[in-house]
Every structure is written in structure tokens, then in C-alpha cells.
Design a protein around this ligand. Structure first.
Ligand code: ZN
Length: 284
């Protein structure tokens, strides 16, 4: 039901993005995850990852609140709309709906990455000829830096290889269980995305990545395509920013610091400003 609305909504903004005179008016700022409220409406919810002293949902809210203020203060004539402004989680479905109801031109989703535990085999005795082992789960704190997810229904072979080389969890639970490649609605939304939003989604992701690498001197793992519900259902260019690894001690410290959050926010604001200038540039 909702998905058909998203398609209709996408059609109604068509003129905004393909004709001259495009203006970036509204940026949707999406704080990933949250605490599912009692009596929450039906939909998909996700609590997010935990660090050693903090958790993803609080970090994303804190960064999103700062980002909303900074966009409205520093980018002339642009409004920023939050999909969630308290610790209460908002369903994936409602987040996309908020983005479309507010006629967003750009969707920025804030998240933190986390590596899954590794399973190692540990010797627990036995003899030299017949050693005994057990499997132990250990935290993998080696991930560090940023990663950018853009929507892709199926992983390309290239992305698959990248994932094999670099075991990043990358928000595997964010497809809402609802992005079935054989579902006609998903096919329509995916084609719409490819035709109208993919190029600019990649563009804004690269612009943010460049700012974080060049100005903040932090690591970027680059862009990856992933089946993510909100990126598909928001009828506008969209990127999910993994701002750092909450299960890496250095990154967790940075993500929770006022300095770190401000650096991330300023990088995103500079990238949006560049994006706005490109899209509204002379000759358009
Ligand atoms: Zn997340």
C-alpha cells in the first residue's frame, strides 16, 4: 500500500529533478535505529549496534540533531527535516513516508558500523596427537573509518568480492525483509531509483567521502551497493553514511565526542553545499 504511494510521490517530483531550475530545498536527516516504543505501529524496527560504553542509536540521534541545525544555519534556503528526534524508533516505512511527505530532495541516513564477532578455535586440552578444541566467539574491533551505502537490489559481483575481502556487516538487517527482487513494487521502485536517483546518490556519497578523507584525515572504505529499505523507498537521491565503527575503541571515542560529531557534521554540510551548487549551477 505504502509502496504504491511512494511510486506516485516519486512521479509527482519528476519535474523537480529533470527540468531546469532545480532548487535543493529540503534535506531529510535520518537518525538510524532507536528504541521501539510500546504500542509501536506495525512496521520494521531496528535497535542498532552496541559499542563498549555507547550505542549506535544514541550516537546517530546526536549527530542527526547537530546536522539538522547546521544545515539550516549554514546552507541558505535549505530546510532539514528529521525522521526521528527522540530515542523512540520510527519504522523504516514511516521514515520513507516522512521523507516523501516533506518533498525531500536529498536523504541522508546516519549510522555507525560494527564488525560481527569472529569465531575462532581454541585449544582446550587433549593430547599432542589428539588435541581438543572448542569454538569461541570473539569481538572483532579491527574495523575503522567511514563507509557509504547506496541502494542496490542485488549485490554486483564486484561488491560481493569486496565483501569477501572485507568482512563488514554493513547493516544487513536494514532491508526490512521486504525487498524481494520478484516483488513487482520493488522492481518498479528499483527501476525508478536507477533511472532517476542512482547517479546523484553516488555523487553525494562521493562528495561526503572526499570531505571526510581530505579535510578530516579519516579513512573511507568508499561506496557499496546494498538492499536498504529506506534508500529504495525514499523517492530522492539517498545515501547511508556509516560514520565510523562503534565497536572499534578509537572510533567509538571519536563518534561520542563533541569534536568528532562536529567534524562529521561539517563534512556533510560542505558536501551538501557542493552538491547544491552543482545541481543549481549556472546553465541549469
Ligand atoms: Zn545502523
Amino acid at each position: 500500500m505504502f509502496s504504491f504511494n511512494a511510486v506516485a510521490s516519486a512521479e509527482s517530483h519528476l519535474t523537480d529533478t529533470v527540468t531546469n531550475g532545480f532548487k535543493l530545498r529540503t534535506v531529510i536527516v535520518d537518525a538510524g535505529h532507536g528504541v521501539k516504543p510500546e504500542n509501536a505501529p506495525k512496521g520494521h524496527y531496528s535497535r542498532g549496534a552496541d559499542g563498549s560504553f555507547s550505542n549506535e542509536r544514541n550516537v546517530t540521534l546526536s549527530i542527526a540533531l547537530k546536522l539538522q541545525k547546521a544545515i539550516e544555519k549554514d546552507i541558505n534556503g535549505v530546510r532539514a527535516v528529521l525522521t526521528r528526534s527522540t530515542e523512540d524508533d520510527v519504522s523504516f516505512e514511516r521514515r520513507a513516508q516522512i521523507a516523501n511527505e516533506n518533498k525531500g530532495n536529498l536523504f541522508i541516513s546516519i549510522h555507525c558500523n560494527s564488525l560481527p564477532d569472529k569465531i575462532i578455535r581454541e585449544r582446550v586440552g587433549g593430547t599432542a596427537r589428539r588435541p581438543k578444541y572448542r569454538s569461541v566467539r570473539v569481538a572483532d574491533r579491527s574495523g575503522k573509518g567511514t563507509l557509504f551505502l547506496v541502494y542496490a537490489l542485488k549485490r554486483s559481483t564486484e561488491a560481493e568480492n569486496e565483501i569477501k575481502n572485507n568482512q563488514v556487516e554493513a547493516e544487513s538487517d536494514l532491508d526490512g525483509g521486504g525487498l524481494d527482487p520478484d516483488d513487482p513494487v520493488v522492481m518498479i521502485l528499483t527501476n525508478e531509483y536507477k533511472r532517476r536517483f542512482r547517479k546523484q546518490s553516488v555523487n553525494i556519497a562521493n562528495l561526503i567521502s572526499d570531505e571526510i578523507v581530505q579535510v578530516d584525515g579519516r579513512r573511507s572504505e568508499g561506496l557499496r551497493g546494498q538492499s536498504i529499505y529506506v534508500l529504495c523507498h525514499a523517492a530522492m537521491p539517498s545515501v547511508l553514511v556509516e560514520t565510523g565503527y562503534i565497536n572499534n575503541p578509537d572510533d567509538e571515542e571519536y563518534l561520542n565526542s563533541d569534536e568528532g560529531q562536529t567534524e562529521i557534521v561539517n563534512s556533510i554540510v560542505r558536501a551538501i553545499t557542493k552538491y547544491k551548487n552543482q545541481m543549481e549551477g549556472s546553465g541549469n
